[in-house]
Design a protein around this ligand. Structure first.
Ligand code: ATP
Ligand code: MG
Length: 404
């Protein structure tokens, strides 16, 4: 294998000499620099050709998690390995959730560290070569604070609208237990994400494409498992690999999420470039929508990358945009009216943007798709700086603790 250029980011309390001793000294791994702190790591990554990012920490480290999440967004082709002197409860799985390719617990022999570093670089290289592309499409998470707000209907319609407009679209059903994107879009679940997860051999673009089910709009769907028990086989590490390959072969990856902030949903949010928060127009639902938006804020999600859409938003309900502003703290970008044709389109398995494109509901979904196209060129935000730490560590830890 060619020489690997590795940038090493040291967490507080980690001595450079200790890390040098832990790393292999042969020329196969060239250390291009040792950096400290999020900002310096980030700046150096921008200017220095790097094949591998190594993050060294003592134990639980918010900084490491932020850095990995940001690298996954900004440099999705760059593999990240964490060397950690301890792995407190939940930290290991969190590292994988945010985007680490591998974690090595120190002390470990330099030979084994070298093996781990070479392995992840080879794996990423194979995935990029197979996908034949390095430009990445946008990834949009359709979120709802609670069940039944219309996430699946919206995912199906936004996916179909974007595809009809000529975009390369992949829709992925992240409701791994009770996903119904296939039903809503009227595609046969001949191959599902479970089949992909249990198929032999490594994952690359060509293989993943074979598991996408084509929809009449031109969108391609990665269908949820057909039985709830199959969901356990799909872990967040595998999902992250899928996101990165799907983004390399699509202009838009639309993620239909399960209700609530499950580990899968949180890792999809971390990997996404945009989010649609879908609420409904009544006081209780609006309160939950506010909580959902606050959760995104606590995760450090840039509010400019969020669209607020209100489903079943009839003017007859008597809640104005000003009322929404007062309860939720922002105005909705899109209102989708309640329409029996939406239910009918779900029962028929044809998104309303195709079956009744002139209806007000279809026009609303089309406007949402247009708003996403308009925002897709926004520069991806920089990582939080040291002076202004977002995500807020204490709250984020609390969120994570609740999930474990
Ligand atoms: N604008 C609308 N007008 C009429 N019916 C709608 C509208 N939006 C959604 N529905 C209906 O509401 C039901 C729930 O929608 P959907 O399955 O998309 O919600 P969800 O948020 O994905 O639910 P879950 O949280 O269970 O995944 C569906 O039967 C759908 O037909
Ligand atoms: Mg759903």
């Amino acid at each position: 294998m060619a020489q690997i250029r590795a940038l090493v980011s040291l967490d507080d309390g980690i001595e450079e000499a200790t890390v040098r001793a832990a790393l292999p000294s042969d020329p196969a791994i060239q250390i291009v620099g040792f950096v400290r702190g999020v900002e310096e790591s980030w700046a150096t990554l921008q200017d220095t050709p790097t094949d591998l990012f190594v993050i060294v920490c003592q134990g639980y480290s918010e900084r490491a998690l932020s850095l990995i999440g940001g690298t996954a967004r900004e440099h999705p082709g760059l593999p990240v390995v964490v060397l950690s002197q301890s792995s407190p409860d939940g930290f290991l799985s969190r590292l994988f959730e945010v985007g680490a390719d591998d974690v090595v617990r120190l002390p470990e022999s330099p030979e084994r560290v070298r093996f781990a570093l070479e392995k992840v670089v080879a794996r990423r290289h194979a995935a990029v070569v197979a996908s034949g592309s390095t430009s990445l499409g946008a990834m949009v998470c359709i979120l709802g604070p609670k069940g039944g707000t219309g996430k699946t209907v919206t995912s199906a319609n936004v996916g179909a609208a974007l595809a009809t407009a000529g975009k390369r679209v992949a829709v992925i059903d992240l409701d791994l237990q009770f996903g119904d994107v296939a039903l809503c879009m009227g595609v046969r679940p001949e191959t599902t994400i479970y089949d992909l997860a249990t198929s032999p051999g490594s994952l690359d673009a060509e293989k993943l494409e074979a598991y996408l089910v084509p929809h009449e709009s031109g969108a391609r769907v990665l269908v949820a498992p057909t039985r709830p028990d199959q969901a356990v086989l799909i872990n967040v590490e595998f999902l992250r690999e899928i996101y990165s390959i799907l983004r390399s072969i699509s202009d838009f990856v639309v993620v239909d999420s399960a209700p609530g902030f499950t580990p899968e949903v949180i890792s999809a949010i971390d990997a996404s470039t945009h989010a649609v928060m879908l609420g409904m127009l009544d006081t209780l639902s609006l309160k939950n929508t506010r909580l959902g938006l606050e959760t995104l804020e606590l995760m450090g999600y840039d509010s400019e990358r969020i669209l607020l859409a209100l489903n079943r938003a009839d003017s007859r309900v008597g809640i104005s945009d000003d009322d929404v502003m007062r309860i939720v703290g922002r105005r909705p970008e899109i209102r989708i009216p309640s329409d029996v044709e939406v239910t009918r389109s779900v029962n028929d398995g044809t998104p309303i943007v195709l079956s009744k494109p002139k209806s007000e509901a279809a026009q609303s979904f089309a406007r949402l798709a247009e708003a996403l196209v308009a925002r897709a060129d926004l520069p991806v935000p920089l990582l939080p700086t040291d002076e202004e730490p977002t995500p807020k560590p204490a709250v984020r830890r609390h969120l994570l603790a609740r999930r474990q």
